[in-house]
Ligand binder design. Structure first.
Ligand code: ZN
Length: 125
């Protein structure tokens, strides 16, 4: 996830603000269908390993937050090579580098939130 100047989490591709415990996917390619659809690229991308998540986000480390989520029970998912795409997830745990603009108080109301020194950030998650 990205951390915006407003201290809120933002999705990579949709730029949707994530500021509640549960988040729903939407499709930018074809807004008429409910994400995720197997033949499309939409859905909330969930990676199984930290390294796959970092590969996805390596170019934005200064604004990066690693967010551990759980698929909401009964939600639709599409399996991918490195995890799955989900229709709806619940935020459980957030780690950000120190001095991140993330609104720690807000997110601390429904998730475990912690900071890690920038040089240890990759190891702390
Ligand atoms: Zn789609």
């Amino acid at each position: 996830m990205l951390v915006g100047d407003d201290g809120k989490l933002r999705a990579f591709t949709t730029d949707d603000v994530w500021d509640a415990p549960r988040q729903k996917a939407r499709c930018l390619v074809d807004p008429s269908h409910d994400a995720p659809v197997e033949s499309c690229t939409c859905g909330i991308y969930v990676y199984i390993t930290k390294m796959d998540a970092f590969r996805r986000a390596a170019f934005v480390q200064r604004r990066l937050a690693l967010v551990r989520v759980a698929a909401v029970p009964g939600t639709h998912v599409v399996l991918t090579e490195r995890g799955f795409r989900a229709a709806e997830v619940e935020i459980r745990h957030i780690v950000v580098p120190e001095r991140s603009p993330l609104d720690l108080v807000h997110y601390g109301q429904f998730a475990t939130v912690r900071t890690a020194p920038a040089h240890e950030f990759l190891l702390e998650v």
